[in-house]
Design a protein around this ligand. Structure first.
Ligand SMILES: *Cc1c(COP(=O)(O)O)cnc(C)c1O
Length: 663
């Protein structure tokens, strides 16, 4: 028997709840960038195309995936959203250029480290073709992946990161092929090496320089810029580079100036300041006869996850960002009377974050208050149990209105008895079954006290209400791993928007914390995006027996998949690539399915291989058969069962038991 907690909001609006209230509760307007809506059926829908009312209900995609026999969790990529983001960012820069009267062009490059998945890179390049977008790479493997994607010669490939000789040499080879590859010098030594390699090959090169600006970013990634940064060339080193180029007559090879303030720039003022600094350096170099053509303002265009913490807050719109960069650059260039350079930026997060949604199924809800209404204590129980049963009956008695101070007193007594019982148990005076009873009565009484306190609606609200709410929160066990799919939540406390995908026309009246499958106490979500003051829980619906309940994790497209790790060997989840199409049923079609990783492949990553495992398992079974402990046929069945699991996916398979367990 499960006790229902009364509605969380003020009693007055208890009965009225519309889909729009859910949108407000989960702050959809703040983070959805108009790509996600709650429709009248109470379901989350994607509006992948700007200015087009076409909607895809995410649950329709989930249902289709289930029909195809795919397991949960599911990562759904809405490819149209990715395209729309590319278009929006380019359009914003082009609008700013037109507004300001900037006399050169904008070139975006996509930093593949944000999401290297081949389909993502191809989609970005395809939708970026009209804008002549390029790529950015930061390591050898990324360079190797990116190079063959330079379909046209003038597509830029900006190579950041530390580069060894083989990388520099490969970059020179690509330049030889006529490709617009621009290695960005992070250190003076790198420049030195590049110049010598180019000289040996008797081939002029082109390169950029990352400047260690005085301006540093703010928030989490502040140290990507500023003088403490591990990246970039200092001003004295820059002067050395200039002198060396002038001494050898190779000034024309220095083509790009670069800075990167770090991810999630919180304030456009900081960006303005950094742009001013780089623009002054640019103007100075041009005046000294170094014909730099590109100014690259790096990445860091923020994504508003609507988290409550200051570190994540983004205080500007896309248009404000682009206006700031373009107008500042124009201003300094005009003052210094130098031509406007080609403007390059390296937005990653802002391109990919919105397009993917992780769909996670709940496996069960653990509620603490679960004692029957008409519970009677057995005879001969300890006094402590009797006291709590009496309290339970009094709290149940609806006739008397409950007085706030009496309720608070009851709560304090409850706590004391609970603690005394723990002592009694430790000393051996309370048998296990009675201790268990105390536990159940404790939670039920807590829940009743909270209900009565809420109904009394005292002003100000006593601190005990908050304490009780925190104690009574439900745990929803979910089919996913924080460490694979939401790594930034664990690593840097990033909160991601999470909400149910349906039933949003019903008031979600449970307070829940989401826990994952891993055997790690950090495997849970501890901060949520909501309009509640308290962000430590998520309002969810009570699970209906036999009905699956799916949650969507939003803005998952940047950094999460690739940085996720193999904790408890869960690994990669099933992925669907979805395109919008209003001539199809439910307005979409699935272009590609990438099945989640299989047990066998996950094990191979840590050097366990089927042959060896089978041999060992077989030896154990054989010894049991030889000893007469099991029959040979039985032994072979067990071996078969074991081997079949190699082909399973690593997550909880809800297809085996499609029944939601509510305890
Ligand atoms: C990571 C990185 C980016 C992308 O940053 P976002 O915050 O994702 O836009 C761009 N440039 C460089 C040099 C980077 O290291």
């Amino acid at each position: 028997m499960v006790e229902r907690i009364a509605s969380i909001n003020a009693p007055a609006d208890r009965d009225e709840w519309a889909a729009q209230d859910a949108a407000e509760l989960y702050r959809l307007d703040a983070w959805s960038d108009d790509f996600f809506v709650v429709n009248d059926a109470g379901r989350v829908a994607v509006r992948p195309r700007a200015g087009d009312a076409l909607e895809i209900e995410i649950m329709d995609v989930v249902d289709e995936a289930r029909r195809q026999g795919l397991g949960s969790p599911l990562l759904i990529r809405f490819q149209d959203v990715l395209r729309a983001r590319v278009q929006r960012i380019n359009a914003a820069f082009n609008d700013a250029i037109a507004d300001v009267g900037y006399t050169n062009i904008y070139r975006g490059v996509y930093p593949i480290k944000v999401n290297q998945l081949h389909e993502v890179v191809e989609e970005v390049l395809d939708s970026g073709r009209p804008f002549r977008m390029g790529l950015e790479c930061g390591s050898k493997a990324e360079l190797i992946a990116a190079l063959p994607h330079l379909a046209e010669d003038d597509m830029p490939l900006i190579c950041n990161g530390v580069k060894d000789r083989s990388m520099l040499s490969l970059i020179l080879a690509a330049q030889r092929l006529g490709k617009n590859v621009i290695p960005v010098m992070e250190k003076f030594a790198e420049f030195d090496e590049l110049m010598r390699l180019a000289e040996d090959k008797d081939q002029p090169t082109q390169f950029g320089v990352r400047i260690r600006l005085r301006t540093s970013g703010s928030g989490k990634w502040a140290d990507s810029g500023g003088y403490r940064s591990k990246f970039g060339v200092s001003l004295p080193e820059l002067m050395e580079i200039v002198e060396q180029l002038q001494a050898t007559g190779r000034e024309a090879e220095f083509v790009l100036l670069h800075f990167h303030l770090g991810s999630q720039i919180s304030d456009v003022q900081i960006l303005r300041q950094a742009t001013k600094e780089i623009a002054q350096i640019y103007a100075e170099l041009v005046s000294r006869g170094i014909p730099v053509r590109f100014v690259d303002v790096g990445g860091g265009l923020g994504v508003d996850y609507s988290a409550d913490n200051d570190a994540g807050a983004i205080h500007y719109s896309l248009q404000e960002y682009t206006n700031a960069v373009v107008s500042t650059l124009a201003e300094v260039c005009d003052q210094r009377n130098v031509p406007h350079p080609v403007l390059v930026s390296e937005s990653g997060r802002a391109i990919t974050a919105h397009h993917s949604v992780l769909v996670v199924e709940t496996l069960g809800a653990y509620q603490k208050n679960n004692i029957a209404k008409d519970y009677e204590a057995p005879a001969d129980v300890h006094d402590a149990v009797k006291r709590l049963v009496d309290m339970h009956q009094q709290l149940r008695a609806h006739s008397a209105a409950h007085d706030v101070s009496e309720l608070l007193e009851a709560f304090h007594t409850l706590d004391t008895v609970h603690e005394e019982a723990a002592t009694l148990f430790r000393l051996g005076f309370l048998p296990l079954d009675q201790d268990a009873l105390i536990e159940r009565l404790y939670w039920s009484n807590c829940s009743l006290i909270l209900q009565h306190l809420r109904a009394a609606d005292p002003d100000p609200l006593p601190a005990e209400v908050h304490e009780l709410e925190e104690k009574l929160v439900d745990q929803y066990l979910c089919d996913f791993s924080v460490f694979q799919s939401v790594i930034d939540h664990w690593a840097i406390g990033q909160a991601f928007p999470i909400m149910p995908l349906e039933r949003l026309d019903e008031r979600p009246d449970r307070r829940a914390v989401l826990v994952d499958l891993t055997c790690d106490s950090d495997g849970k979500i501890s901060e949520y995006v909501s309009s509640n003051d308290d962000k430590s829980f998520l309002q969810l619906h009570k699970l209906s027996p036999g009905k699956p309940y799916f949650l969507g994790f939003f803005l998952m497209g940047a950094y999460q998949d690739i940085m996720g790790d193999a904790h408890n060997l869960f690994g990669r989840v099933t992925e669907l690539h979805v395109y919008a199409d209003d001539t199809e049923d439910d307005n979409f079609w699935i272009e590609k399915v990438l099945p989640g990783i299989k047990v066998q492949d996950m094990l191979a990553q840590v050097q366990y291989f089927p042959n060896d495992l089978e041999r060992r398992m077989n030896a154990i079974i054989k010894s049991k058969i030889d000893a007469g402990e099991i029959r040979p046929k039985q032994g072979m069945k067990i071996l078969e069962q074991y081997l079949a699991c190699f082909q399973h996916e690593t997550y909880y398979d809800t297809r085996e038991s499609d029944e939601v367990k509510s305890q």
